[in-house]
Design a protein around this ligand. Structure first.
Ligand SMILES: N[C@@H](CCC(=O)N[C@@H](CS)C(=O)NCC(=O)O)C(=O)O
Length: 423
């Protein structure tokens, strides 16, 4: 039983509203609270590019319900360990599976589509828009890989995957990759598939109704907290409780919708997930100001794509696509300034297959794959700005800035978006 005040008014209306909500609202345009970033970094920086970034590029130069009620039957007991454990592979006759002896690349190319496990309910990262298209920051990585290997960013079949379905889905081999707010952990890396470089650095936070007046995470003593099963969130919450000797009522739910509904209906005093997920969710609430994301994080959540185990060429290829997105931004090349003739800048020319190479042949990429990718989806910064900036996930000064986004060359502290040099 929570120590928090119970409210009941408006619960029925809120439930109806909540039914329309996913983890994030499809039309999420409400800015986040000032200072919200996915992974915060205390220093404000990044106005001027460093030497690397300046490398010339020749031509381009929820109605606060605040009511803490007893969890309903939908709430389940914490199942953290059980849900995080991986299930045995379940794929049977999936045509999507790599044929024996074939490389993943050959399978994708003969199929003509890339199969990508995705989220369809997290505004900004992966969701279905009003036109019925799957779009988002994570989604654009799938599109970039499709552009690289099929020459068509639209040749992607998305497989919506809940948190708990991720392990079995990856193990089955039924998808070619997964790009879906997924935290890179050692056990997942060993059991699910190989994680390519992190696309978004995050940490777990808590959202509470503003009128509870909480000033910090430790004020959650005695509270009821809603969390989704099959996530690192669930595991971290338990650690947080244990480490701080807190008495917290944990209620777990199978997906975003039920988790958010329970929070909005006042079954919990707090909702916990990755901070970016909280920002996205809050932006979709009818009255975002009625909810506040508490300061601080309780974990590290490096979110990135996963590829099935067992095909190093495919892993190297997806990793290279990430590098292309990131270095295109570092070199200042955008979707409308992709070079098609030698520029004289060796780094840019190598990236775009105009002179030199970075291993394309070994990876099975065409020399000019980067041209197709950047033209189709833009560079990392363009993807970020298209999907995450409108949510209020400020990039500047955050961990998700480019490594080179430092205020001066003598103080090289940019963000953490950094990857293998293309050479
Ligand atoms: N980053 C964490 C949490 C990821 C996660 O799945 N978050 C939830 C809440 S925002 C979600 O996306 N749920 C969608 C679903 O399962 O349908 C993890 O990898 O375990």
């Amino acid at each position: 039983m929570s120590r928090f005040t119970k409210y009941i008014a408006g619960a029925a209306i809120l439930l109806a509203l909540a039914a329309a909500l996913a983890c994030g609202n499809q039309d999420a345009t409400t800015p986040a609270q000032p200072g919200d970033t996915g992974g915060t970094q205390p220093t404000a920086m990044a106005q001027e590019p460093t030497a690397m970034a300046m490398e010339p590029t020749a031509m381009m130069q929820q109605e606060p319900t605040a009511m803490a009620q007893e969890p309903t039957a939908m709430a389940m007991e914490p199942t953290a360990m059980a849900m995080e454990a991986t299930a045995a592979p379940t794929a049977t006759e999936s045509t999507a599976m790599t044929n024996q002896g074939d490389s993943r690349l050959a399978t994708v190319q003969s199929r003509g589509t890339l199969i990508c496990a995705s989220n369809n309910s997290l505004a900004g990262f992966g969701y279905i828009n009003d036109a019925g298209n799957t779009i988002g920051f994570d989604i654009d990585l799938c599109r970039a890989v499709a552009a690289a290997v099929l020459g068509d960013a639209d040749a992607v079949e998305f497989r919506p995957t809940t948190a708990a379905e991720r392990g079995p889905t990856m193990q089955s081999g039924e998808v070619d990759m997964m790009s879906r707010n997924t935290t890179w952990t050692t056990s997942r890396n060993a059991q699910w598939g190989n994680f390519a470089p992190t696309m978004f650095y995050d940490g777990q936070g808590f959202m509470v109704p503003t009128n509870l007046g909480l000033s910090g995470m430790l004020d959650l003593e005695g509270a009821a907290v809603c969390v989704q099963q099959g996530t690192t969130t669930e595991l971290n919450l338990q650690d947080f409780i244990n480490q701080n000797n807190l008495s917290i009522q944990v209620s777990t739910f199978p997906d975003n919708i039920s988790t958010n509904e329970a929070y909005l209906a006042g079954q919990c005093d707090a909702l916990t997930t990755d901070r970016s997920g909280l920002v996205s969710t809050r932006a979709g609430f009818a009255n975002p100001d009625d909810h506040v994301i508490l300061a601080g994080t309780i974990s590290e959540e490096p979110l990135g794509p996963v590829v099935p185990h067992g095909d190093e060429q495919w892993y190297d290829l997806v990793t290279a696509v990430m590098a292309i997105l990131i270095y295109a931004e570092a070199y200042g090349v955008t979707s409308d300034s992709v070079p098609t003739a030698v520029t004289g800048n060796t780094a840019v020319d190598r990236l775009f297959g105009l002179e030199g190479a970075y291993g394309q042949e070994t990876m099975g990429l065409s020399d000019t794959a980067a041209q197709d990718i950047i033209r189709a989806v833009g560079n990392y910064g363009e993807i970020y700005d298209r999907h995450l900036t409108p949510l209020g996930l400020t990039r500047e000064g955050s961990r998700n800035a480019l490594w080179s986004a430092a205020p001066c060359t003598d103080c090289p502290k940019g963000g953490q978006i950094y990857t293998a040099p293309l050479r």
